[in-house]
Design a protein around this ligand. Sequence first.
Ligand code: DSN
Length: 433
Amino acid sequence: MLNYLKNDKEIFDVLKLEIERQQYNLELIASENFVSMAVLAAAGSVLTNKYAEGYPGKRYYGGCEFVDIAEDLARDRLKQLFSCEYANVQPHSGSQANMSVFMALLQPGDTFLGLSLDHGGHLTHGSLVNFSGKVYRSVGYTLNKDTQLLDYDLIESLALKEKPKMIIAGATAYSREWDYKIFREIADQVGAFLMVDIAHPSGLIAKGLLDNPLPYADVVCSTTHKTLRGPRGGVIMIGKDSENKMGIMAPKGERPKLMSEIFDGIVMPGIQGGPLMHIIMAKAVAFKEALQDSFKTYAEQIIKNARTLANKLITYDFNICSGGTDNHLMLIDLTNKNISGKKAERVLGEAGMTVNKNQVPFDTKSPFVTSGIRIGVPAVTTRGMKESEMEIIADFINRAIKNADDEQALLQIKNEIKEFCSKFSLYPELITN
Ligand code: DSN
């Protein structure tokens, strides 16, 4: 692949350095993963050349007969993965999938509930700097201060008080399981839509290792590039399609629109134009991979690895929020280690480990500094690392945080990690070609 860039020295260097960075560092960002060569090939294919506004069989451009097959395969495979009746694979990102739901179900100014960003939510779940908090009236629910777990009584009382039109379940930095049935019951009490954002755990849900929200939610959104290990992108799903619930009257003599038709119309032409057909084909490839039994083994290993890493870090006196993890990530409150999340991110980076600073529940530090870091294991698990490697990684993390101000010690760890990573080869084809 590098060969094709040899006449553009600056960009050649960027790609080479990034390939090496991925190869020789420990990728511990919870929202990242390494796609297969097949996904990479599809994402880098000639389908990038094709305009295909519309949907299979109903496009605004000619020449779509082959990309139609790719999109149909992506939709069918996604429906099979999550046992749902409707799938839209066109959203360019998780944020755009979420924006489609707001556009479909709410009117500007409507109230909705979402987990506060500083308690593990997402920008699109109501942050005031995001469209979700600017266009709509967002009310954030928080975690329980003592347990750092979801507080369903609090969510219920907030729903009864605020009478939201929609409730969002889902997070980017919450390591525990969600009770979607309770969310459904709360939503039903106040007549709200229930949207579930499974961007992070979708790969684990697809294989039945965490609860599937589709039977409970009106709509479920996800990204495709985290635990699902596909190309960057978003998807929207509905468990059981039905007549629209937004009171949109059908013109006389016409049947009412289905929810699926409303979502299709919002994604395109509502907020997007031409779909990224190369990415849609790469999604289809990734969904087929996720349908294999081997993906269940992978997903199980993610959970084992996250638990092992969290438990080992606890033995080094790291404070894991909520005391542990049920999924692929953990949030670490570093207050007792006297280091901010911002500094820890830099220090771990210097030692060859990539993480992100993250606020912890009830954090007193700003999002730019933070008291914590978020760690995830999907990417290192893709590389073939197992429980014994997680113990070694915990040791690397502990040593780096202990030696935060010792450049020599951090360099020593970086060298050890480089050697450690060499045993788990990543994209050898890309380094040599
Ligand atoms: N930025 C993603 C994450 O890291 O969780 C969410 O969009």
